[in-house]
Every structure is written in C-alpha cells, then in structure tokens.
Design a protein around this ligand. Sequence first.
Ligand SMILES: [Zn+2]
Length: 42
Amino acid sequence: MYKCVKCKKIVQKLDEKTRCPYCGYRIFVKLRAETSNKVLAR
Ligand SMILES: [Zn+2]
C-alpha cells in the first residue's frame, strides 16, 4: 500500500508508471509498520 503525499489518499496497487489516480501526483509513501520510504514512480 502506498499513500500519495499530495492528496493523502491510499493507493493499493502501484507499479512504476502509475500516478496517483486521484491527483496525478507521482510521489508516494510506502505504508509499512517499520519503514516509510518515499517512492518516486515514473
Ligand atoms: Zn494524490
């Protein structure tokens, strides 16, 4: 699971070319208990 850093919506599935389906933003935060790494999907 990923969270868009712009609109804060949850995106369940994300591949390399996917943008946020809600706002089109391309930076996401990985939703895991331990780490939260920013992922740039291009
Ligand atoms: Zn978004």
